[in-house]
Ligand binder design. Sequence first.
Ligand code: CP
Length: 317
Amino acid sequence: MKKLTSVSDVKNLQEIIKKALQIKENPLSETEKGKGKTIGLVFLNSSLRTRLSSQIAAQNLGLNVLTLNAAQEAWNLEFADGAVMNGDTVEHIKDAIEVLNQYCDIIAVRCFAGMKVKEDDVNESILSQFEQHAKVPVISLESATRHPLQSLADCITIIENWDEERKPKVVLTWAPHIKPIAHAVGNSFAEWMQEMDVELVIANPEGYDLDKNFTKEVKVIHDQDEALKDADFIYVKNWSSFNDYAAMPEVKENWMLTNEKLANTNQAKVMHCLPVRRNVELSDEVMDGENSIIYQQAKNRIFSAQAVFSEILDELN
Ligand code: CP
């Protein structure tokens, strides 16, 4: 693997899932692989899981880890090409990336959607600058439109929890939230699930359809009860409107997943990428119930990251 910003960078999804599961069995099997090499983890936005799981994964491979919480610790960055920097910004992103090139063998970056200018987010205005200026492999730690390391962990978690011959029915369901949330997790999950041997259905209220470039031919249902019927896995996630970008059209029905709604499923396992707003996005009873595999999913973030870092090191060594 030369980089990871989307599922299209993965040569063989089944192989990398298998590798991640082997790593889970023996996380310290490749402690020499990253020796003498450095990964830079650059966070332009907050993180708990991505930051810590990436650090553990890198350390398990013997990599040196530099973590930069850029929003808090670095100079105020300028992203606009040709900007006259006579305002608040102190360092251009191009210069910052050129410097990271001097220090790092791999650059991993988190750069969320700005949720203001649709075109900027759809075109990955920040990640594209890393891809353009980095001279080392780039890994997305969640960008404006995708969250690939999360999606790989999601695939691993589904494989671990499915041993029947038939395809599982996987429902990606919208959940309520108090503010406009980006589309990256939903887009990415939809994209990766289309590469898996599953029956994927998306449930969201009218006005909340995800970008067709990600959902393609996947069935979108606007009635949550209908979508959840006989589900084997339910992936809970909020996102704002894509068409009316970042708006939150009114939703009259209650879309928060409860035990009553779970009763309509095939004892579905419940997933969420976290962080979750309890009793807004997901009820306590489901979050803490026996159907939840959410903490297992969070643990698998380590093995997802480690499998990807390991494959990228194969290219560098
Ligand atoms: N799921 C996820 O990416 O968590 P963090 O935002 O805490 O990294």
